[in-house]
Design a binder for this molecule. Structure first.
Ligand code: HPA
Ligand code: ZN
Length: 329
């Protein structure tokens, strides 16, 4: 049995990381860019470890050169998500890849992406919201340009601000200016932490950047007092088990701390992160949770409810998605 048609919400998806390899190969061919090195013999993305993954990711992004490419990307990614039962999705968008942080360029990219999201809603029945992310390894100064893009284009579609990239570069507090700016403008806050960093990185992120949600956060499980604090504060974890196993952030599905976190009262959600890079889909995540942990529709309904409550969307959207879930679950 597969949970493909079961309705799902996804809160942690990097837009470019959702690009099917064939889509990137097509763009490379159109533009005469040679990136054959980033693919393996089967045509999938090839990389050795997380740092290399980030470089391959950035090489793939060199084929995405204008608003029209991002319009096509949003459609390709959402068609795939919808075919896996996803009815609501939030995606990380980086102005660093869309005009390099220039606000006017960013507005053009964003216009194309919001058009595509509206078209995907009509054609595939999936709702998308955007979370602008700064890229940690590009440093705190570049992060300010992303935060400025976020503040200036906040609205119905851009609802949040966060940080992706190499987690072990710098400390969370280095980025406090950008996060303060975003929070003060009313953007909702999430941040990658505790995928590679230990409990101290998660604790510093909570203290210095004050996120409502944390991307991954799994290494918090190594400090139970911190786990209890996360539970108490109601901070939601965007857990991506398939990504963690594929990148060796954890040893195996069996060793993954998602059950421990959930059992101790932490609000957990499940996402794919960068699905083709990690050979996963939302269907596979749910199927693996069922196979490895015996999770069933009761558990999945609870995941959906947590994700719905933690979604960075307006009340009307939340109510609309709640009705859709009720009808489909
Ligand atoms: N983790 C951190 N940064 C990223 C990722 C990821 O999976 N994908 C793109 N940027
Ligand atoms: Zn991520």
């Amino acid at each position: 049995m597969s949970y493909r048609s079961y309705p799902k919400l996804e809160l942690h998806l990097h837009l470019e990381g959702g690009a099917p390899p064939a889509f990137i190969r097509g763009l490379a061919k159109e533009k005469g860019i040679d990136i054959h090195k980033i693919f393996d013999e089967q045509g999938g993305y090839a990389y050795r470890d997380f740092d290399h993954f980030l470089r391959v990711y950035e090489a793939a992004c060199t084929t995405l050169q204008g608003p029209e490419d991002f319009r096509r990307l949003v459609l390709a990614v959402l068609e795939e998500s919808a075919s896996n039962g996803v009815i609501y999705s939030e995606t990380f968008l980086s102005p660093d890849f869309c005009g390099g942080g220039d606000l006017e360029a960013w507005r053009d990219y964003l216009g194309a992406m919001t058009d595509a999201a509206a078209q995907a809603e009509r054609d595939f029945g999936i709702t998308l919201k955007g979370i602008i992310t700064c890229i940690r390894h590009n440093g705190p100064e570049q992060a300010k340009t992303a935060a400025r893009c976020a503040v200036e284009t906040k609205g119905d579609f851009i609802t949040g601000f966060g940080m992706a990239g190499a987690e072990m570069m710098g400390r969370p507090g280095d980025f406090a200016y950008s996060f303060d700016m975003a929070r003060e403008a009313g953007l909702r806050i999430t941040c990658h932490a505790g995928e590679w960093g230990g409990p101290d990185m998660v604790a510093d992120t909570i203290r210095d950047l004050r996120p409502e949600r944390i991307g991954h956060g799994i290494n918090a499980a190594k400090d139970l007092a911190l786990v209890d604090e996360i539970a108490e504060q109601g901070i939601v974890l965007e857990v991506c088990p398939g990504s963690n196993v594929f990148l060796n952030a954890v040893e195996s599905w069996e060793a993954h701390p998602i059950r421990l976190l959930r059992d101790r009262g932490v609000k957990v959600t499940v996402s794919t992160d960068d699905p083709p890079f990690f050979h996963t889909t939302m269907t596979r995540e749910y199927d693996m949770l069922a196979e490895k942990y015996g999770w069933d529709e009761t558990d999945f309904a609870a995941l959906n409810q947590t994700a719905l409550e933690a979604a960075f969307c307006d009340v009307a959207t939340r109510e609309r998605i709640a009705k859709k879930l009720e009808a489909a679950q």
